[in-house]
Each structure stands twice: as C-alpha cells, then as structure tokens.
Design a protein around this ligand. Structure first.
Ligand code: SGN
Ligand code: CA
Length: 524
C-alpha cells in the first residue's frame, strides 16, 4: 500500500471512530493500542486481584487508573490456541489451531492486525509467538523461537535470521517494543502486541532478583491436598507439584549425582549464561541445594518444600515483568501517548499456584479458564473500577477493530468490549461461555473436554478415552470440588446447560456432540 493510500484509509478509520463515539467530551480517536500479554501469569499472582502472595505495583497502576475485569476467560487454556483465538476473534473450531503439539497457524486467514493495517494502522509484534508459521499482518515483528530462552535469548527477525541478544528476555522484549514505538511514523496510529515469555515454566529469574522472596513463606491454598473424589479426569493429570515437578529443571536443585528427566534441558538453559553470570546464578542456589539434599524431605514435607520453591521462583519472574510494564506505562506518559492509547494487560491463560496440588493449566476449572485482564483507557472513556460482565479472549479482535473504527467482520465469534469500556450495561451481553481443550494425549495428560460456563454453573464433558460429565455450582462450590452431575435435584439445570452447550457448539461450528461415539472433533 502506498503512503497516501494508507493515510486516506487511516483518515476514514479515525472519522468512523469519532462518529461511533459521538457526544460531548466523548472519546476522540484515533486510538493507539498497546496490548501486553504474558505467558501463564495468573490473577492469584497480581496484587490488584489477590492480596495473599505478592505485590505488583505497576500492574496495579493499570487497574487503579483504568478498569479491572473480574470475569475474564480464555476459550482453550493453552498458549498457541489462546493466541489464535486472540488474533482471529474465533474459537479453535474455526481458527483451526487446536493444540500446541500438532497445529500450524494458517497465516493466510483473517486476523485483526491485518484489518488494522488495511485501515492505516502501523502494527507490530515482539516476543513470544508460538504459532508455528511466521507472523503476518505486521509492519514489524521480532519473535522468539517456540518457547524461547530467558537468558541471552534468541530472536527470529523479519529477514528470517536467528540472532542472539545479551540480557534477560523480559527486559529485551520491552526495549525492542519501546524502540519501535519511538521510531514509528507519528502521523498514524499504531497497535503493538508485546508478548512476554514470562512467567512460563521453568521460571528462571533475572539475576538481580535471584535472592528476592527468599525469606517469604507463602500460604498454602486450601485445595492443595485435593483427593479428586468424583473427578477421574482431574485424578489422571500429570501436573502435580509433588509428583510431576522436576526437582532439577523446575526447582533448580542441581546435583552432580542426581539424574532427572529434564536435567539436560535445565543445563542447556542455564548454559546460556556467561561464566560470570553462571557464577552469580550458582551462588544464589548453592546454599538452598546444600540444605535440601542434607534434609532430604519426603512426602508431605517435600510437597510443601517444592510449593515454596515454586512460588518464590515464579514471584521473582513476575517482579521483572512488573518492572517492565512500569517502563511501558512511563514511556507512554512521558511521550503524551497515555491520552489516546488503550493499554491492555492480560495473559494467554491462568495457572495453578498449588490449587488442587497443581502447576500448569489446560483444565476448564476456574484457575486456568480465567485470565487476568486490566486496561487503562484513552481519554474520554470514563469507565473506572470493575467490569463484571463475562468476557473471553475471542473478544479482543472485535474490541480493537471497533476502537479503530473498522467494521467487525460478521464471522468473528467475539463481542466488542467497547460498550463496556464506555460504561454501558448492555442488556443482551452474553450469559454463557464456550470452552474446548484438545491437547491429549500430551504432556500433563489433561483429557480432552468441552463445556459451558454461566455466571452460576459449569458443565464439562471429558471425552476421547473417557466419558465423564462434571457439573459445578460455582456459587456454593467456587473451588469446584463437588461434582453434582447425576445427583438428585440437578436434572433440570443439567438439561438446560446441555441445551445451551448444544446451542454454542452450533453457533461456533464446533462439530463435537455429546457422546464420544459421535465425536467428530478430531482436529487431524
Ligand atoms: C512446555 C512445558 C509444559 C507446558 C507447555 C505448554 N514444558 O511444553 O509444562 O504445559 O509448554 O505451555 S517444558 O518442559 O518445556 O517447560 S504453553 O503456555 O506454551 O501452552
Ligand atoms: Ca501459556
């Protein structure tokens, strides 16, 4: 597209944005979009959502100055699928990216960055991509290969070169993002996706924070010793802190005489450090390693010890992330961009911080179906505080398009959140959410399942090599311990939820039906 053509389209887009937000002193476009997404950062580890564990002052700034969504969810709790939902505004059934292990994102399909670009926006993505194919729809991109590296990380450039940068990944992603914003064409609006690897496994901290949180003892979640009664799919997972967390790879208890499944991977990750950096790293963990092997805890004592180590390392990685979000907010303010920019902070899904005894995600249960979502709004959008309506990651695409004054394509599944940001209470806002997880058999062994969630109930069907339904009353049992499916008194609500589920599967063109024999959802 030549420059004058793109400027014309941009003018049309901004005029439409103004018209759609008409009224005195009401929002004035064009708006920039800064979308910050982390990996596996759960709301329990953000102080604006949960005061039990750590402080995240910069993330809290976003919520304090803007809005906090209290019911934000994903459609398929896994990295690639979540990213595909976000880019396309469609469920996995229609964007065809079902799981991390077998799918490649069809880069030819419609995405919101492509539509923004057509409307004259400058678009960029920096950081984790994780979709198999290379990014399309961006004027600039620089992404990490696969899951990437925390230390002295590799990046793939637009010229398809793999380069190595020195430093800690979270800082470098922010540096590159701010550099691009700084150098952009200041005549046109922009949209940047800042995609962090933090807080993904195996939680390797920035060297300056190696000793952070070492004197802190985190409270245990009440469901830590869950026995999974009445929930065979929950019992079958392999994401248990005591049983599945690797003492070397995850908990960093490196020992020359000890072998574990992931020891090699761990050595290659920390092998990226320079000799001086490695010395600093080893010195931080040495006394902990020594004490651990001397004490040699077992059973319950080992489970609780692993939990504390996990919480501390995760918290350290969040600390660098929080600093870097602060850098972005400061930059926008110092450059006068805070007034016309929507800043979004979210994660590709939630995560277990010991609830049910687990780490990882995948399940449709609350901790992993939920994802944090806070935003600061451009001037004129006076909404403040909590937004309680149920939103899902398929809603970002229509939201950003409406904000840019671009018509939302009819085949998108999501709903624009713009009315919510304007403070409206739309009467016809959705009352149920659809969810479908496919990656099985695979790492962590969470069985395939789909389901429906309303504000009060959740109905889940685990299928494939199992045929189990679960029903929860989220008001009576928010921790989802008591499976009510098939229990007397719940027949009516069960059939209502099944009817709703069927409706959603038809709406989102997901061919899965209720019995595994009729299951035609095989993605491959
Ligand atoms: C890696 C991790 C898993 C994690 C998946 C998916 N293992 O395979 O623990 O569930 O990523 O995570 S690791 O040994 O490589 O750390 S996702 O967020 O990218 O979907
Ligand atoms: Ca993730």
């Amino acid at each position: 597209m030549n420059n004058s053509h793109s400027k014309l389209l941009y003018w049309i887009a901004s005029t439409a944005a103004l018209a759609s937000c008409s009224g005195e002193d009401k929002p004035q476009g064009p708006y920039n979009i800064v979308y910050i997404m982390t990996d596996d950062h759960t709301a329990q580890m953000m102080s604006c959502y949960d005061r039990r564990y750590i402080e995240t002052p910069n993330l809290d700034r976003i919520a304090r100055d803007g809005v906090r969504f209290t019911n934000s969810f994903v459609a398929n709790s896994l990295s690639g699928p979540s990213r595909a939902c976000m880019l396309t505004g469609k469920h996995s059934s229609e964007n065809r990216f079902f799981d991390n292990s077998t799918c490649v994102f069809d880069a030819e399909q419609q995405t919101f960055p492509k539509l923004l670009q057509k409307a004259g926006y400058q678009t960029a993505v920096v950081g984790k991509w994780h979709l198999g194919s290379m990014p399309t729809g961006f004027d600039y991109w620089e992404v990490i290969p696969g899951q990437g590296d925390y230390y002295n990380p590799r990046f793939i450039t637009m010229q398809r070169d793999t380069i190595v940068e020195r430093g800690y990944l979270t800082n470098i992603i922010t540096d590159k993002s701010l550099e691009w914003i700084d150098k952009r064409d200041k005549e046109r609006p922009f949209c940047i996706l800042i995609h962090h690897k933090a807080i993904h496994r195996n939680w390797l901290p920035e060297l300056k924070y190696l000793n952070e949180y070492e004197d802190k003892t985190f409270p245990m979640p009440d469901t830590f010793y869950d026995d999974y009664e009445g929930r065979p799919a929950a019992a079958a997972q392999e994401m248990h802190i005591l049983e599945d967390m690797d003492i070397i790879y995850d908990n960093k208890m490196l020992h020359k005489d000890k072998q574990t499944m992931y020891k090699g991977a761990y050595l290659s990750f920390i092998g990226r450090l320079s000799p001086e950096e490695r010395k600093q790293y080893d010195e931080a963990y040495a006394p902990i390693i020594e004490e651990f092997y001397k004490k040699n805890p077992q059973g319950k004592e080992l489970a609780e010890w692993k939990y504390q180590r996990y919480m501390r390392d995760y918290a350290k990685v969040v600390k660098s992330l929080d600093d870097n979000v602060g850098r972005v907010l400061d930059y926008l303010k110092e450059n006068g961009l805070d007034k016309n920019t929507l800043v979004v902070y979210t994660s590709d899904q939630g995560f277990y911080m010991g609830e049910h005894g687990w780490f990882d995600k995948r399940f449709m249960y609350e901790e992993s179906m939920r994802t944090p979502l806070v935003m600061t709004l451009p001037e004129g959008f006076d909404r403040k505080g909590d937004i309680e309506e149920m939103v899902q990651n398929i809603d970002y695409a229509p939201t950003f398009l409406e904000l840019a004054g671009v018509k939302v394509p009819e085949d998108m599944h999501g709903e624009s959140m713009v009315p919510l940001l304007k403070g409206e209470k739309p009467k016809d806002w959705r009352t149920s959410l659809y969810y479908h997880f496919y990656e099985y058999p695979a790492e962590h062994m969470v069985k395939r399942h789909y389901g429906v969630r309303t504000d009060r109930y959740k109905l889940i069907h685990f299928y494939n090599d199992i045929d189990v339904w679960e029903l929860y009353d989220l008001q009576q049992d928010p921790k989802e311990l008591n499976n009510l499916y098939g229990k007397q008194g719940y027949e009516k609500i069960t059939s209502e939820l099944k009817a709703e589920l069927k409706k959603l599967q038809e709406k989102y063109k997901d061919p899965t039906r209720f019995s595994p024999s009729e299951d035609r959802s095989e993605p491959r």
